[in-house]
Design a protein around this ligand. Sequence first.
Ligand code: CAA
Length: 287
Amino acid sequence: MELADINTITVLGAGNMGHGIAEVAALAGYDVNLRDINEEFVQNGYDQIEWSVGKLAEKDQISESDADAALDRVTTYVDLADSVSEADVVIEAVPEKMDIKKDVYTELEAAAPDHTVFATNTSSLSITELANVTDRPEQFCGMHFFNPPVRMQLVEVISGAETSAETMDLVSDLAEAMGKTPVRVHKDSPGFIVNRILVPLMNEAAWIVESGDATVEEVDSTTKYGIGIPMGSFELADQVGIDVGYHVLQYMHEVLGDAYEPCPLLEEKVEAGNLGKKTGRGFYDYE
Ligand code: CAA
């Protein structure tokens, strides 16, 4: 398949990343099918896209008619088979748990046309292990966007052990067609490149607070104004979802060893359901 043959993109999962990726694809002119497991989740994702394109139009970053046209290109689904029946590419952004993703790929493999390319937005999990659930590991790769997708330029395009060169080329070209800058990652290791750097930074920040050496606000001031990243470590954890960072760390700890042991402070937030911006409370309050 060539880039020009891609018309319809299905995004599985309408959460933070899923709706953001769907928005980026719709703004780039693709027909987008957005699917989640119930009406409430998928409608919430659609509403977030509506809010976001509205914001972009309000700030003259796109025109009102482009915002309306992008929204018109998004169709919502609950039934997975219906959502992928005409998909050229499926971008999967379901929760960051190996078992959940494997179940989705089993269902997807049975439902998707033979030509469809599968791209996972996993933040850390093995592309090879996920690809092996399907009968098309050569048509499978990682396509890792960053939060918020509409604002972040980078996409990691990650090769699994059997990903073909054609699939890597196609998905890199697709990322460019979506206005992004792809970076190819040839080693399928936990966290790939960005999260291998960023998630331990969030974890170390949490360990500093856990040990009583500094407050959340003090650590954030230093990361923002001293290290020069746009958000403090805890603001960033709230932005990406504390649960997302925590699950990435658990996996890195399991595969890469003790240097990645998650700080209990993160676990406490996850167990309390205080996951960051998306729940209204994390390290900071958003209500
Ligand atoms: N769509 C449209 N508008 C949005 C938006 C979205 N998705 N998200 C925020 N905005 C709006 C805000 O509502 C705000 O609007 P108002 O001014 O009307 O209040 C405005 O954008 C803020 O924009 P600014 O440009 O003023 O803000 P900023 O310069 O601080 O940029 C940012 C915001 C791009 C998020 C910036 O803070 C940033 O780059 N942060 C770091 C994000 C980052 O590192 N992400 C990667 C996380 S790691 C990851 O995602 C990987 C993983 O697997 C865990």
